[in-house]
Ligand binder design. Structure first.
Ligand SMILES: Nc1nc2c(ncn2[C@@H]2O[C@H](COP(=O)(O)OP(=O)(O)OP(=O)(O)O)[C@@H](O)[C@H]2O)c(=O)[nH]1
Ligand SMILES: *[C@@H]1O[C@H](CO)[C@@H](O)[C@H](O)[C@H]1NC(C)=O
Ligand SMILES: *[C@@H]1O[C@H](CO)[C@@H](O)[C@H](O)[C@H]1NC(C)=O
Ligand SMILES: *[C@@H]1O[C@H](CO)[C@@H](O)[C@H](O)[C@H]1NC(C)=O
Ligand SMILES: [Mg+2]
Length: 484
C-alpha cells in the first residue's frame, strides 16, 4: 500500500517535470520561427506529395525576412517565400543550420553559424561583378548595356509611317488555368515592347481555350490573337512509347533522383511538343520568327527597336537571355543518342559551331553522368527563334531520331537541352545571340542589365537566392562565343 502511494507520487513528479521542460522549450522557441516552420512543412508536403523528395533529408539555411524567418534549402529547390509571406521584403540573413527530415517533420536546430561560415555566405551573396572576374571576357553586367550592334540601322517604332515588319509572332503554350499568369506576362511585354510594334500572339493548348481565356487575353493587346487547339497526335505519346514502362521509370526518377515534374505525363508531353511538333504546326507556316512567352514571367526593360527585324537583318538563328546547367538525371542518354545520330550525319555538324560550350567540363560530374554533355543550355522559357532553323530537314531528322529513341518519356529530356544541343552543333556560333539588353525573369533566374531603361531588377543579379548563383553557366558561353 505504502509502496504504491510512493510510486504514484514519484510518477506525478516525473510527469510534472517533463511537462515543465516541454513548456519551457516551447516558450524559448521564437514564435515566428514556429509559425514559419509549420507553414514550411505544410507547403513542402503539399509540393512533394507526388513522391518527389519525400522522406529525404534536406540541409537548409534559415533566413530572416522582414516578416520573420524563412527556411531555404541548399539543393536549389527553394520555396518562393511570397506564397507564404505576401508583400514581405526579403532581407536574407543566415542564422541557423537546419537539419530537416521529411516527411515526419523531425528537425534539428543547430547552433548559429561560425564567423567563417557567415563570411563565405556573405561572399556568395555578392553580385557577379563583385566576385571574381568572369574571365576571359570582361564582366558584361558591370558596364552600361546598350542596344546590340546591327549590320543595318535598327528598326524604330514610328507613329507616322508603317515600319517594315518581320513575319513574326509571340507564341505561348498555356493552360486555361494559367490565365492570370499569362495576362501578367503579356502586360509587361506589351508595355515594354509590343505596344510599339504590334506583333500578333498565338496561343496553343492541348484543350479548347475557354471563352474567358480568349476574351481576357485579347483585351490585353491591340494586336491580333489566335487560338490553336493541338492535334492529339502531336501532343500525346507516339504509339511506339510503352506508357506503362514510362510510368514506372518516371516514378523511379521522381523518388530516387528527386527529378522535378518527372512523374507528370503532361510535363513530358510539353517538353516533346516544344522540341518538335511545335515548329511544324500549320499555324506557324506564314511566320519566320517566334518569341516564346510563359505565364508569370517578367520583362524589366524598355525595348525600343524591332527585335525580330534585328534577328533577320543580322542573320540570327536564335536569341536567349539565360544560360543554366540542367539536372543530369533528366538526360542520361540524350548525349549518347545525339552522338549516334551525328555519326550517321557528320555533314550536319557546322564547322563554326559552339560545341566546346556543350563539351566544357565546368561541372565534370555532369559530363561524366551524361556521357560528355556539360548540361549547360539556353533556358528555353525565353527564346526568340528562326523557325526555318527548326523546320530544316537536319533539325527535324534529329528530332525524329530522338523521338524514336523514347527519351522524352523514358527519361525527362527537356526542350531546352534539345534546342541547345541542336544549335550548339548545327549552326554558326555567331548566329546565336545573347540579348543582354532584355531584362527577363522566370523564377528563380533573371537577366538584369545595367541600364536606365530597366526597372525592378538588380543589375547582374542572377537569382534572389544566392546559393543558386552557381547554376549560371553563361561565363562558359562567353568563353566560346564572347559577350556580343
Ligand atoms: N496547354 C498546356 N500547357 C502546358 C502544359 N504543361 C505545361 N504547359 C505550358 O508549358 C510551359 C512550360 O511549363 P511549366 O509548367 O511552366 O514548366 P517549367 O517552366 O519548367 O516549370 P515552372 O518552374 O513550374 O514554371 C508553360 O507555358 C505552361 O503553361 C499542359 O499540359 N497543357
Ligand atoms: C541530420 O539528421 C540526421 C538524422 O537525424 C543525422 O543522421 C545527420 O547526421 C544530420 N546531419 C547533419 C548535417 O547534422
Ligand atoms: C554579412 O553581411 C551583412 C550585410 O552586408 C553585414 O551586416 C554582416 O556584418 C556581415 N557578416 C559578417 C559576419 O561579416
Ligand atoms: C566559318 O567562319 C569563318 C569566319 O567567320 C567564315 O569565313 C566561314 O565562311 C564560316 N564557315 C561556314 C561554313 O559558314
Ligand atoms: Mg514555367
Amino acid at each position: 500500500m505504502k509502496f504504491k502511494k510512493r510510486l504514484l507520487v514519484l510518477l506525478t513528479t516525473i510527469t510534472g517535470i517533463v511537462s515543465l521542460c516541454v513548456f519551457v522549450t516551447l516558450m524559448l522557441t521564437p514564435p515566428d520561427f514556429q509559425k514559419t516552420w509549420e507553414n514550411f512543412q505544410s507547403i513542402t508536403q503539399e509540393k512533394w506529395q507526388d513522391g518527389v523528395a519525400m522522406g529525404s533529408t534536406l540541409n537548409s539555411w534559415l533566413y530572416e525576412s522582414t516578416n520573420g524567418h524563412w527556411p531555404l534549402n541548399q539543393d536549389g529547390d527553394s520555396q518562393d517565400p511570397s506564397f507564404l509571406l505576401p508583400g514581405s521584403k526579403l532581407d536574407l540573413v543566415q542564422y541557423y543550420h537546419l537539419n530537416v527530415s521529411l516527411p515526419d517533420g523531425s528537425f534539428q536546430l543547430q547552433s548559429p553559424l561560425s564567423k567563417k561560415q557567415i563570411d563565405s555566405i556573405n561572399d556568395s551573396k555578392k553580385l557577379p561583378w563583385e566576385k571574381s572576374d568572369l574571365s576571359p571576357s570582361k564582366n558584361p553586367w558591370s558596364e552600361n548595356t546598350n542596344e546590340p550592334e546591327s549590320i543595318v540601322p535598327l528598326v524604330r517604332p514610328s507613329k507616322k509611317s508603317p515600319t517594315r515588319k518581320a513575319r513574326a509572332a509571340f507564341i505561348s503554350l498555356v493552360r486555361n488555368e494559367e490565365l492570370k499568369g499569362i495576362i501578367q506576362s503579356m502586360k509587361e511585354l506589351e508595355e515594354k515592347f509590343n505596344s510599339k510594334f504590334n506583333y500578333p500572339w498565338i496561343f496553343f493548348n492541348d484543350k479548347e481555350f475557354t471563352k474567358d481565356f480568349k476574351e481576357m487575353t485579347q483585351a490585353a493587346t491591340k494586336a491580333k490573337c489566335q487560338y490553336v487547339t493541338l492535334d492529339p497526335k502531336d501532343w500525346l505519346e507516339p504509339d511506339w512509347i510503352d506508357t506503362e514502362k514510362a510510368l514506372r521509370l518516371n516514378n523511379k526518377m521522381s523518388s530516387k533522383n528527386h527529378v522535378q515534374y518527372a512523374a507528370m505525363a503532361s510535363y513530358h508531353r510539353m517538353c516533346r511538343w516544344n522540341s518538335g511538333p511545335f515548329y511544324t504546326n500549320p499555324a506557324l507556316k506564314d511566320y519566320d520568327y517566334y518569341w516564346r512567352v510563359e505565364p508569370n514571367v517578367h520583362y524589366y526593360c524598355s525595348i525600343d527597336y524591332d527585335v525580330f527585324a534585328y534577328m533577320q537583318d543580322n542573320n540570327k538563328d536564335y536569341g536567349f537571355t539565360v544560360n543554366v546547367y540542367d539536372s543530369p538525371h533528366t538526360i542520361k542518354s540524350l548525349w549518347p543518342t545525339t552522338v549516334s545520330f551525328f555519326k550517321q550525319h557528320p555533314e550536319y555538324m557546322h564547322p563554326n559551331s559552339s560545341r566546346q560550350w556543350l563539351l566544357q567540363k565546368s561541372r565534370k560530374d555532369h559530363n561524366d553522368y551524361t556521357g560528355g554533355y556539360s548540361t549547360c543550355h539556353f533556358w528555353s522559357n525565353f527564346e526568340i527563334g528562326r523557325l526555318d532553323f527548326f523546320r530544316s530537314k537536319q533539325y527535324q531528322e534529329y528530332f525524329n531520331y530522338l523521338d524514336s529513341e523514347g527519351g522524352f518519356f523514358y527519361e525527362r529530356w527537356g526542350d531546352a537541352p534539345v534546342h541547345s544541343i541542336a544549335l550548339g552543333l548545327m549552326t554558326d556560333k555567331s548566329r546565336i545571340h545573347w540579348f543582354k539588353d532584355i531584362g527577363y525573369n522566370h523564377l528563380p533566374y533573371s537577366n538584369c542589365p545595367k541600364s536606365k531603361k530597366c526597372k525592378g531588377c538588380v543589375a547582374g543579379k542572377f537569382s534572389p537566392w544566392s546559393d543558386l548563383d552557381t547554376e549560371n553557366c553563361i561565363q562558359e558561353w562567353f568563353k566560346v562565343a564572347g559577350t556580343g
